[in-house]
Design a protein around this ligand. Structure first.
Ligand code: F6P
Length: 362
């Protein structure tokens, strides 16, 4: 029986299981194919760990967050830790092993569900002859060639709910509350959750901020009788005069830099300059957890069923994407040509400015 393999790699997000379900059910129902799931991302391909997925395995998982297959953001077959030199890991190319193990699964194609890092690996595997179909996943929404990645809407919903809760305590204590959200080097999550949560100031990497402008805005609000402010900060935001703040380096990862901590820096500066009391909440991995929103379940189902159809028809080297209302395909190579950043003239920035939100810029 013909087979398809699925790998979920990189940081998890709500909706991955909905994609797995859609791929598997489409392949089983419409093409009478079998499905194998690679365990723990590309690590499973390197270590030859995978299992057959039955119809029952993928039934009832549309609502579940995370991934039933497990994932890893530290297992790049093209740069894999193969030993130690002193304290430091030494890296080597084990992609031939990964490809040999892929062949052992008996699958005719690999559906790679992941973000920027995963899609880079998928493209390199494709260039070495593995028939790959990509499915764009990430709460960061930073993948090119698709209007949106699945997982983003769920993360926006979670962050918005958190900002709503911060609002009430901010009001009671008359504080300036900083909420740091994820998003890596782009500001989509901060922008959408910031607007949805009625943030007074939103700081995104695409618009390096001026701390004095933020201070002026919260003082102005206070003078007008609004004795609290909400500042939504993307983890990748930075002052025009400063740098991004790095929390840690994960050398084995496709992108070793882990951001975090910028909100603490700004809050400290704002308290010093305004004498208003500040507090910081870092939402962290909460944003990647929980059940997907209805939007993400629908998008994941559309992406997954389309990916299975393409794989069954022998297509390869392409990624499914959303353009307007349509599911389309694009070369994976185009999707990894850069990061999808928030354009400074994005209509949501314009709308936010219209309702009085500051981006901390002149
Ligand atoms: O890419 C998804 C993401 O959650 C980013 O928003 C964040 O910067 C990063 O992953 C965190 O990675 P980790 O799970 O390794 O801490």
């Amino acid at each position: 029986m013909a087979r398809l393999a699925i790998v979920t790699s990189g940081g998890d997000c709500p909706g991955i299981n909905a994609v797995i379900r859609a791929v598997a059910k489409t392949a089983i129902n419409d093409y009478h194919m079998e499905i194998v799931g690679i365990l723990d991302g590309f690590l499973g391909l390197i270590e030859n760990r995978w299992r057959k997925l039955t119809y029952n395995d993928v039934s009832g998982i549309i609502t579940q967050g995370g991934t039933i297959l497990g994932t890893s953001n530290k297992a790049d077959p093209f740069r894999y830790p193969i030993g130690k030199k002193g304290e430091e890991s030494e890296f080597g190319d084990v992609s031939d092993t990964a490809i040999a193990n892929f062949e052992k699964t008996g699958a005719s194609a690999l559906i790679a569900i992941g973000g920027d890092g995963t899609l880079h690996i998928a493209q390199k595997l494709y260039e070495k002859g593995v028939p790959v179909i990509g499915v764009p996943k990430t709460i960061d929404n930073d993948v090119l060639c698709t209007d949106v990645t699945f997982g983003f809407d769920s993360a926006v919903a979670t962050a918005t709910e958190a900002i709503d809760k911060i609002h009430t305590t901010a009001q009671s204590h008359h504080r300036v509350m900083f909420v740091e959200v994820m998003g890596r080097y782009v500001g989509w999550l901060a922008l959408f959750a910031g607007v949805a949560g009625g943030g007074d100031v939103i700081l995104i990497p695409e618009m390096p901020f001026d701390t004095d402008i933020i201070a002026k805005r919260v003082v102005e609000r206070s003078r007008k009788g609004k004795r609290f402010s909400i500042v939504v900060v993307a983890e990748g935001a930075r002052a025009a005069s400063g740098d991004i703040v790095v929390r840690r380096i994960v050398r084995e990862s496709t992108d070793p830099v882990r951001l975090g901590g910028i909100a603490d820096h700004i809050a400290y500066e704002i308290e010093k300059r305004t004498k208003l009391e500040t507090r910081v909440t870092v939402l962290g991995h909460l944003q990647r957890g929980g059940s997907p929103t209805a939007f993400d379940r629908v998008l994941a189902t559309r992406f997954g069923s389309c990916a299975a159809q393409l794989a069954a028809q022998g297509e390869k080297g392409i990624m499914v994407a959303l353009k307007g209302q349509e599911i389309v395909t694009v070369p994976i190579a185009d999707a990894i040509a850069g990061l999808k950043r928030v354009p400074k003239d994005h209509d949501l920035i314009k709308s936010a400015l219209c309702v009085g939100t500051s981006f901390g810029v002149p």
